[in-house]
Design a protein around this ligand. Sequence first.
Ligand code: FMN
Length: 396
Amino acid sequence: MDLQLVTSGQSHGPGIVAVVSGLPAGLHVDRDRMQCDLARRQAGYGRSPRQRIEQDTAEILGGLRHGTTLGGPVALIIANRDHANWGPAMSAWPVTTDELESVAARRWRKVNVPRPGHADLAGVMKYELDDVRNVLERASARETCARVAAGAMAKDLLAAVGIEVLGHVVQVGPVRAEAGAELAREDFARRADSQLECLDPAAEVAMLAAIDAARADQDTLGGVVEVRAFGCPPGLGSHTEPRLRLDARLAAAALAIQAMKGVEIGDGFANAALRGSQVHDELSFADDSFRRRSNRAGGIEGGMTNGEPVVVRIAMKPLPTLMRPLRTATIDTFEDATALVERSDTTAIAAAAVVAEAVVAFELARCVREKFGGDSIGDLAAAHRAYLDRIPWTPA
Ligand SMILES: Cc1cc2nc3c(=O)[nH]c(=O)nc-3n(C[C@H](O)[C@H](O)[C@H](O)COP(=O)(O)O)c2cc1C
């Protein structure tokens, strides 16, 4: 059974839609978890006022009854509250000039200035468009709210087999958090006290200062987020075909998030500078279970989980829309111009940790569906139990 997600919608259209197919029947969807993740995506130090406008909530349109999946696709919409200010400018159907003029001209006039660092210029060329808005509305990271809602359902599925996926911020601009090689699930409780989804309070003070400084300079910051998945049994993903390799799949999922430009599994880049004897995680066997004596591989060997926590780190570029706009040229007259500034975050690194957590959860849930199948969550959990009975591995 293949778990799939399709999203639809524009940033200032009526809403962002997610359709998730391949969930088994009988899965209890935790409404509070979904709401909490949507709220986490909107929070975080360094975001713009738009986040306060939106206050996302997912309205379920199909696939659930009384909070439980029925086996068919789950469809949901997250309303764009800001759509009220855009109405005719973003109408799906043709509108009259009078209707258009009922909203501010900047909302309906064609945008002819592509922003550097965005999809704008290549998008208008590729899709034969004369209005940059027709690109930017869909390229916007507003779309990630759908991936977070879908990720919340993936987490519900993973919870049924004892897997938990947790993300945090490990770097903002040049400021790095203390590396926590041995982080456990419990350590993530500290996230609740953070304005940046960060587990290192001392580093966070410096991160907040770096964000304030960038904002004062009308500039932006990127950073690095890390996602850990606990409780994965050995054998999610596969060495047998390139497209099934879990490391490749996680990298693709991570880089499919707007602004993410680098991925490492475990200590990927640091390992490249070391000798094999310093890198590879030696095996041991105790208490009926194989274990690794370290986890520099980040829980994946041969394209499969190896039973240790999965560790994925993702680098985010500084946001491309600067309040002090970059230089560009118009798409119609090719004259020099400065990029449009509609509104922008100084950094969205905390939100990125939440989105990264969601996409990693979704990809792992896909692997769980492939491995354990089942039309109902009961069948899936039974297949998982039978597998654990067969292999010499127990969850830590
Ligand atoms: C959660 C999140 C929020 C973002 N917010 C902004 C923003 O406010 N301003 C901006 O210029 N880019 C923002 N971005 C990044 C752009 O969407 C992204 O850089 C752009 O679409 C170009 O895509 P690319 O960077 O993947 O090439 C955000 C990305 C994420 C993941």
